[in-house]
Design a protein around this ligand. Structure first.
Ligand code: ADP
Ligand code: MN
Ligand code: MN
Ligand code: MN
Length: 334
């Protein structure tokens, strides 16, 4: 017997990942391709429980688009799906479909995500490692230093590697209980798919540790860093010699569309983008070399090489990467 984990995005705000398990007699897994199915792969779910339908007319359709070996269980495959209506039109919540329709050339527009997250002990409002009463020592020693939750992060890194996800690193973050992993770089649709599967894997791993993972952009009010999902972006022209010209052009276009981008960069992001911590405030757009207080940062090695990519620091940890990538391609490439 084989277990298939069907994954899809719900209609909630912020969007979250959902899954349910189907047991089949036989299933031949081949990395990343939708295989020859020995059965009807299309499945459905009750959209009234995921904010995707009304109770009276609740059927939504799951269309498999990609498979990953499930590193957390034996005899199990992850089936990433898009949500469709019963009349075969893409569901309004289907942000992946929007990105697919926006992509100019799927091999040329690359993204890379830095997913920050905060671990919480179950049934508490305090992050992992925090004392029961009062605050821990102020920020300073936690970033790439002494933090809590390393084994969770490492288990997750291993799981992502085994699943064939394009993951390129991880690090302890600025607040106690806060971590980051990096997806990419690679074609936008694939990297967004990988990020959603990576988010799902982390939820499942945390369950085994009696922890929960939060993607809230400002999990703890006060003088504590928020959690973002910095989105690094490049086109083929930006990666070629003198590509810096195209990076500069992109920044100018982005400066004219700041509010449109903020609209899809995550819920409660205004609590994070105050200007007091990792970026400038939500109503200001600024770009600069090595400037981690800017909206867009051009890394120093990109300035040196005169080619590469730029980093959009605005997206919140709870953003939908399909929508963020869609907006970047729309603004920069069209
Ligand atoms: P930071 O210094 O901002 O913490 P990280 O090392 O955490 O940077 O992350 C760098 C990110 O940049 C990774 O997600 C990586 O995939 C991405 N990246 C690297 N090169 C490119 C590129 N050419 N195009 C798009 N993204 C890229
Ligand atoms: Mn980083
Ligand atoms: Mn970070
Ligand atoms: Mn960054």
């Amino acid at each position: 017997m084989q277990k298939l984990e069907y994954l899809w995005l719900d209609g909630c705000n912020p969007t979250a990942i959902r899954s349910k398990t189907k047991v089949v007699k036989e299933f031949l897994h081949r990395q990343h391709e939708v295989p020859e199915w020995g059965f009807d792969p299309i499945w459905g779910f009750d959209g009234s429980s995921t904010e995707q339908a009304e109770g009276g007319n609740s059927d939504c359709v799951l269309k498999p688009i990609k498979t990953y070996p499930n590193p957390l269980e034996d005899n199990s495959t992850i089936i990433l799906c898009e949500v469709f209506n019963v009349d075969n039109t893409p569901h309004i919540s289907n942000s992946r479909n929007k990105l697919v329709n926006t992509v100019v050339d799927s091999t040329k527009e690359w993204v890379g995500f830095e997913q920050e997250y905060t671990l919480f002990e179950n049934d508490t409002t305090r992050p992992y490692g925090w004392p029961l009463n009062g605050d821990p020592a102020p920020q300073g020693d936690y970033y790439c230093g002494r933090n809590y939750g390393e084994s969770v992060g490492k288990d997750h890194l291993d799981a992502c590697i085994m699943a064939g996800i394009t993951i390129c690193g991880m690090n302890a973050e600025v607040m106690l209980g806060q971590w980051e992993y990096q997806i990419g770089p690679g074609p936008s649709i694939d990297m967004c798919d990988d990020l959603w599967v990576a988010r799902w894997l982390l939820e499942k791993i945390c369950e085994k540790y009696d922890l929960t993972v939060s993607l809230h952009p400002k999990p703890i009010e006060g003088d504590w860093n928020g959690a973002g999902c910095h989105t690094n972006f490049s086109t083929k022209l930006m990666r070629e010699d003198e590509g810096i010209i195209h990076i500069d052009e992109a920044c100018k276009k982005l400066s004219k569309n700041h509010q449109d981008h903020i609209l899809v960069y995550g819920v409660d992001n205004e609590k994070r983008l105050t200007g007091k911590h990792e970026t400038c405030d939500i109503n200001t757009f600024r770009y600069g070399i090595s400037d981690r207080g800017a909206s867009i940062r051009i890394p120093w090695q990109v300035e040196r090489d005169k080619k590469g990519y730029f980093e959009d620091r605005r997206p919140a940890a709870n953003c939908d990467p399909y929508l963020v990538s869609q907006k970047l391609i729309e603004t920069v490439c069209k």
